[in-house]
Design a protein around this ligand. Structure first.
Ligand SMILES: [Zn+2]
Length: 281
């Protein structure tokens, strides 16, 4: 009888064991379907065996401007090359719980495009404009989203592109902060500061746009600078993955009771002048 109970217990626990989070675990994410993603980023990352997520949208003048933006065929090629295609909404529109119908339409439109081009339904999402809505998480989950990336705000102001590493257990998987959000004025030191937070169970999720970004100058990363970032990751032995690959280390269904508590705690620490990325035990 006791053996049977044990067997039943095991039968009810089908979840695969999660791997411990290693130090130097970095997620690279690229937003807005810049042409440079297929021409510059993907070939370089592939040479190093690095993964990445490309968050696509048909917003801006994506449908007509094929000088600055990828075609869907090129996006499909990124998928076939092993990269993840993530959802960044059809019109680059922030999800809004007050407009559930519109939000669902925005996300399902990208899902449909992916289906047409042989790309799996995205399980990762990036908030357009890094704009957050406290009530939108159930909506995203209902649309099959497992991980969603935000910017470095509200803890840090937008301008400098600073952020915090993702702390599984404290950060909600649908509110994953950017540890760094690359800016044109960044140097290699800014990038190093962002990725060096990837230790002690924390994961550095980096937000990039075009490399270069020929359409959005305010988030441009010149190619040589991007190459120096990738070289740093390779030289220092970082493990570089796509956002979806977090499922090896993190259970997306394990959510904190209050997803905003960690954000408030970091804001408090910053307001008291402590660098909350450096003062942990
Ligand atoms: Zn965007």
């Amino acid at each position: 009888m006791r053996l049977l109970t044990l067997l039943l217990l095991f039968a009810q626990a089908p979840a695969p064991a999660l791997e411990p989070i290693p130090d130097k675990l970095v997620v690279l994410t690229f937003d807005d379907a810049s042409r440079s993603h297929v021409e510059v980023a993907a070939p370089l990352l592939k040479r190093h065996g690095f993964g990445a997520t490309f968050f696509v949208t048909e917003g801006f003048d994506f449908p007509t401007n094929k000088r600055d933006y990828m075609t869907w065929d090129e996006i499909a090629r990124l998928h076939r090359d092993g990269f993840e295609i993530g959802n960044h909404t059809r019109d680059h529109k922030a999800p809004d719980a007050q407009d559930a119908k519109g939000t669902i339409e925005q996300i399902e439109a990208v899902d449909a495009r992916c289906r047409e081009h042989g790309i799996p339904r995205p399980v990762s999402f990036a908030y357009p404009g890094n704009a957050l809505d406290r009530d939108v998480l159930p909506l995203l989950k209902g649309l099959g989203i497992r991980f969603a990336r935000r910017g470095g705000a509200p803890e840090h102001p937008y301008e400098a592109g600073r952020g915090f590493a993702y702390e599984p257990g404290l950060d909600h998987p649908l509110l994953i902060p950017s540890a760094g959000d690359a800016r044109p004025a960044w140097t290699l030191d800014d990038f190093k500061r962002a990725v060096s937070q990837a230790r002690d169970g924390r994961i550095a999720v980096i937000q990039l746009h075009g490399v270069p970004d020929t359409a959005h100058s305010w988030v441009d990363t010149p190619t040589p600078l991007f190459e120096s970032y990738v070289r740093h990751l390779a030289d220092e032995g970082y493990r570089v993955i796509a956002l979806r690959d977090l499922a090896r280390y993190v259970d997306p269904d394990a959510v904190p009771a209050d997803p905003w508590a960690v954000i408030e705690a970091r804001r408090h620490r910053l307001s008291t002048g402590l660098d909350a990325t450096a003062d942990r035990p």
